[in-house]
Design a protein around this ligand. Structure first.
Ligand code: SF4
Length: 460
């Protein structure tokens, strides 16, 4: 029998994250690599090498595919060069590579720009015929016949599984590259196909990675409703969380069936409690709902036994130091249960990046080396109303305020009272603890927070 060729797919990790920020309980499997494996015919042996579970060790292969988020891009290039130095061809893909193909192509034999589904078969054929092109451009295909990821290749250590049911976003937030990568048209998989795939997932904990599970119109909200009803009808029992826009609070029936099908938490991009910053980020949905209605929305979600993971962004051009402190206080006082608080980070492919680059306000521009700083917990731009040092110091103070032990336990009790769900409260608490660990060093107790703050390097 002819020996199969080996395709090695690699998920690199920013080494800085390994040292300071890493917590395997906060992450879910590399779905993109699973999809690539699903698209690869049987004539290949496939392995996923995942740096989330240990530093890369050289593994022999005939062909190597590497994905990368921006913060791990340089690591991806380093690994690619190791294989190329041994004469093994590499192909790079994923969101960062798609936004910076001219950069990535210097470190690989080939790059896939955009979604890989449309071109992966061609990449493999060209590889076999030794005609690999430098670049392949993947169109955004409809998701009617979406391939399923090869879950059997994921590391079994992930705390929860994930699934994608839609792609694309018609919104145009200043700091986001989703609409550039996945397009501004909302594409959805057929419900039956999603349910079939869900039935194959053994993990009890699930993350719907869709950027907005309810979409942007009545038809997409109805689709979400049918999905949740379908999960109940088929007896698919999972505890899950998802991402959705704030207007999910207006969808009583959707929330009811989301909860019944196992929803414990919804991640919502709140960004800011002030109109000025929402305008700056072009967060149209939140502006439409109105900051004065946030609390009603949180209450509505809570009334269905679901907690709110609120994502807030800090360090916008219109932010003063007082605004940052107010936002941290707002997060603590508000009905947000799990508090995500990141520093605005200009990723390539966003309008934010273009603007800051043009204005010469990026502090780390020695690319690709400096991509390692682009992980949302470091100041990498010159703020308008304070110095970078002031922003970083204020963020340490805000994180300390938000994620100290007393606040987190109080939050948990508040969530428990509001949702009347021990599971929803536990999920929110765990999420807060994960963020605490991520910001202050893996697995350290919140009791040590002040010591840890002293130990943290001030970035620039
Ligand atoms: S942040 Fe969310 S709503 Fe805004 S463009 Fe990105 S995916 Fe769309």
């Amino acid at each position: 029998m002819k020996k199969k060729k080996k395709l090695l797919l690699i998920n690199p990790l920013n080494p800085y994250k390994r040292d300071a920020l890493f917590d395997t309980s906060t992450i879910s499997p590399p779905l993109g690599l699973g999809l690539i494996a699903g698209l690869t015919p049987d004539e290949w042996d496939i392995e996923i090498l995942d740096e989330n579970f240990g530093e890369f060790q050289y593994t022999p292969a005939d062909f190597v595919g590497i994905t990368a988020l921006t913060s791990a891009a340089n690591r991806a290039y380093q690994i690619s060069e190791i294989y190329r130095s041994k004469g093994i061809k590499t192909v790079l893909g994923g969101i960062h590579v798609s936004m910076r193909p001219d950069e990535a192509v210097q470190y690989a034999d080939s790059v896939v720009v955009g979604e890989a589904e449309a071109v992966w078969a061609k990449v493999l054929t060209d590889f076999k015929e030794d005609k690999l092109k430098k670049r392949y451009y993947g169109d955004q295909l409809p998701l009617e016949n979406a391939v399923w990821p090869r879950r059997d290749l994921f590391n079994p250590g992930y705390a929860y599984s994930n699934i994608q049911t839609t792609r694309g976003c018609p919104m145009n937030c200043d700091f986001c590259s989703v609409h550039t990568f996945n397009g501004n048209h909302y594409r959805a998989r057929p419900i039956g196909d999603v349910l079939d795939e869900l039935e194959t997932i053994t993990s009890e904990h699930l993350f719907f990675v869709d950027d907005n599970i309810i979409g942007y119109n009545k038809a997409s909200a109805e689709r979400a409703l049918q999905l949740f009803k379908g999960m109940i009808a088929r007896g698919i029992k999972k505890d899950w969380y998802c991402q959705a826009s704030l207007n999910i609070a207006d969808q009583d029936e959707v929330l009811k069936y989301a909860a019944e099908s196992g929803c414990k938490m919804i991640l919502i991009g709140i960004e800011s409690e002030k109109v000025e910053q929402l305008q700056e980020t072009n967060k149209k949905m939140n502006l439409k709902i109105g900051v004065e209605h946030y609390e009603e929305a949180f209450k509505k979600i809570h009334s269905h036994g679901i907690s709110v993971l609120g994502a807030l962004v800090f360090g916008l051009d219109s932010d003063t130091i007082q605004d940052l402190e107010n936002r941290a206080n707002y997060a603590i006082q508000s009905g947000i249960d799990a508090m995500q608080a990141t520093i605005i980070t200009p990723l390539p492919g966003t309008r934010l990046f273009e603007r800051l680059e043009k204005e010469n306000r990026l502090l780390f521009t020695n690319f690709p080396e400096d991509w390692k700083h682009y992980h949302f917990l470091e100041v990498i731009h010159q703020p308008k109303l304070m110095s970078p040092e002031e922003l970083m110091e204020t963020m340490h103070a805000c994180w300390s305020m938000m994620w100290n032990e007393k606040t987190l336990y109080k939050k948990m009790l508040k969530t428990l009272k509001a949702t009347k769900s021990a599971k929803a409260a536990t999920w929110a608490f765990t999420s807060n603890m994960e963020r605490h660990n991520t910001a202050f060093g893996n697995k350290k107790s919140p009791l040590d927070i002040n010591n840890m703050l002293n130990g943290l390097p001030l970035n620039r």
